[in-house]
Design a protein around this ligand. Structure first.
Ligand code: FE2
Length: 430
């Protein structure tokens, strides 16, 4: 007797007609025509079943704070940082917990099973850290929440940031963050990369820095990040988030930089919705897109995951925890329109990001954690095209969220029908 069997699923790699049996929180079998009994049986009717979406870059301490205490009028990164600085002193630990839990509810419903959230440590009370450690505990049964100690105001520029970052790591924050392009000088930025990587090496932690989130082609801190990664033996444990300045860099320099990044085993996390919204703000026309060089990074063997970054906060007024929306924007901005490229964009919000976060047991093979999402789509490209409805979200072999199938009833003269958005064809039901 299994806990759950998902019948007739199509996997992201295209294999159709498979049954997935779950027992004791793990995947017990993936094969055709499993006839054993189960407490719960779901008929996928040939639709796509994926491991959960993974958001590798988010700010859960700021989410859902839109309009508090005011709106970002210019829409720029720098006004967002200033606005966040106004909100920080007036919000409470309970405020942050309440907003974060509301966001996690939304994220689970949208099939997200893991989030890496940066948490601002430039606050001597460490309210965000206290709040998100509590949230991490509360959501653990249904979501993996990984926290990054993020010195938003600059680990050197803010006089107490380094001490606060170390305290946050002592309290249990998982990953070392940074923001070298926001330090006072290029030299300070490079020195901050060195210091933060040394802290990570001393403590055996991963690194994920906001790096070169700028249109300035001379913002080259990723070069130092690659160098320090190699020097300290941190290969495979270090991520550069955003990397938007690479969009504006000289091609010759990039031809040297990308191999250095690959040599260091760096990972890259562009945040397509936010990058396209915030970058190029000082341009007239043409306006730069500001997304890092995704196809080129990928071609060099660098693991690239797409993050959502912000939902309804000082930097971004929109968003709804939809990683398919993130994938779609990354696809468009990167002009990744081949079938193979589009399918890869689905991996950028699932397997690639799981790999960057180091998630254990992620996947749809026997023995993996029984975490998955059933989508109203036939394949990954269609899922992106439709921002497919998450019909069922499964965690540890239990259904934890359901959304009704999206169908439209059309009452045209002589053409009454029910349409499935996935097929643009009438639905037949037995
Ligand atoms: Fe960010």
């Amino acid at each position: 007797m299994f806990d759950l069997i998902l019948k007739n699923a199509t996997l992201p790699d295209g294999r159709p007609g498979l049954d997935i049996a779950c027992a004791h929180g793990r995947i017990a079998a993936v094969e055709r025509d499993i006839t054993a009994e189960a407490r719960v049986i779901i008929d996928a009717r040939g639709r796509l079943v994926s491991p959960p979406f993974v958001d590798p870059h988010f700010h859960m301490d700021a989410t859902l704070s839109l309009g508090t205490p005011r709106m970002n009028v210019s829409g720029t990164l720098l006004e967002g940082i200033a606005l966040w600085g106004e909100l920080k002193p007036v919000q409470t630990v309970d405020d942050i917990i309440e907003r974060a839990l509301r966001y996690c509810d939304l994220a689970v419903a949208m099939g997200i099973g893991a989030i890496r959230s940066h948490v601002d440590v430039c606050d001597d009370d460490l309210k965000g850290v206290e709040a998100l450690l509590e949230v991490r505990k509360q959501v653990a049964p249904y979501m993996d929440l990984q926290l990054v100690a993020f010195p938003q105001d600059g680990v050197f520029r803010d006089p107490t940031a380094e001490a606060n970052l170390l305290r946050a790591l002592d309290m249990g924050v998982d990953v070392v963050g940074g923001i070298p392009h926001f330090e006072r000088t290029m030299q300070d930025g490079a020195a901050s990369v060195t210091r933060l990587c040394e802290i990570a090496a001393e403590r055996g932690l991963m690194v994920d820095m906001h790096c070169d989130e700028s249109d300035d082609p001379m913002s080259r801190h990723v070069e130092t990040l690659a160098r320090e990664t190699t020097r300290l033996g941190l290969e495979g444990r270090v991520t550069g988030s955003h990397l938007t300045s690479m969009h504006s860099m000289d091609n010759y320099y990039v031809s040297k930089l990308i191999p250095l990044m690959a040599e260091a085993g760096l990972h890259a996390i562009p945040n397509p919705l936010i990058n396209i919204m915030l970058q190029g703000r000082h341009d007239t026309y043409p306006k730069r897109r500001g997304q890092t060089r995704v196809p080129e990074l990928r071609a060099a063997g660098i693991t690239v995951g797409f993050g959502s970054d912000c939902v309804m906060d000082p930097w971004y007024s929109l968003g709804r925890a939809d990683m398919l929306d993130v994938a779609s924007m990354g696809l468009h901005v990167g002009q990744m329109s081949s079938r193979e490229d589009m399918a890869w964009c689905f991996e950028a919000v699932t397997t690639n990001s799981a790999s960057i976060m180091g998630l254990e047991g992620y996947g749809l093979n026997t023995g993996d954690a029984a975490n998955m999402v059933l989508l109203q789509a036939n394949d990954p490209i269609e899922a992106i095209r439709l921002r497919a409805t998450r019909l069922a979200v499964i965690r540890a072999g239990e259904v934890i969220a359901r959304t009704p199938e999206s169908l439209t009833t059309l009452d045209l003269p002589d053409r009454p029908q029910v349409l499935d958005p996935a097929s643009y064809a009438p639905v037949s039901r037995t």
